[in-house]
Design a protein around this ligand. Sequence first.
Ligand SMILES: C[S@@+](CC[C@H](N)C(=O)[O-])C[C@H]1O[C@@H](n2cnc3c(N)ncnc32)[C@H](O)[C@@H]1O
Length: 212
Amino acid sequence: MELIHPQVQAYAERFTTPDEPLLREICDHTLATHAHPNMLSGHLQGKWLQMVSWMLRPRRILEIGTFTGYSALCLASGLTEDGLLHTIDIREEETSTASAYFARSPLGAKIITHTGAAAGIIPTLDEEWDLVFIDADKTGYREYFELVVPRVRKNGFILADNVFFHGDVLEEPVRGKSGKAIRDFNEFILGREDVEKMMLTLRDGLYLLRKL
Ligand SMILES: C[S@@+](CC[C@H](N)C(=O)[O-])C[C@H]1O[C@@H](n2cnc3c(N)ncnc32)[C@H](O)[C@@H]1O
């Protein structure tokens, strides 16, 4: 399902500050070499993540799903002087690609990369999160939310990506285990009274949650 009209997308991109060279390079290289380049957040969503980071000026960010490092560099842009971003990916290939990009960025010193299953790593991180970006395996979203929410500070934020799952959440019955997991996650969040929620119609849908 085409969620955003291509003309609207192109128009919005034209009126958005272009990516800086390193982000452009990650994007181009991922598109040229990766089997699933559409997993990368991309220009508009990346700029949104940067803007959110500058608005919040977070001290601690957790990213679940590093991929090739694009969104981590976007999210890290507004970190405080002593700020840190932890990012987790299960695939060694992705974390080593991302780490090489982080090393070339002035933000690299603020990014800590973890390789392994997010459900095992999250409980080992002794931090209080200002911002969490959930963007890994869709069947894990609910577990990731439940693991992180006690450690998100009051009025801290959680962003969950792909909450339309290419429009599959609108199908009846919903197709595939990831589409079903996302639909169940959205329903689960709707029932949570400890977060204020707003579903953003950006790209494949972003769920923005504020811990009450
Ligand atoms: C959609 S991509 C992340 C995209 C990235 N945030 C961006 O915007 O550029 C999802 C990533 O989650 C990782 N992943 C999948 N299952 C995981 C798990 N159980 N724990 C940690 N990472 C996982 C995948 O290897 C993949 O790199």
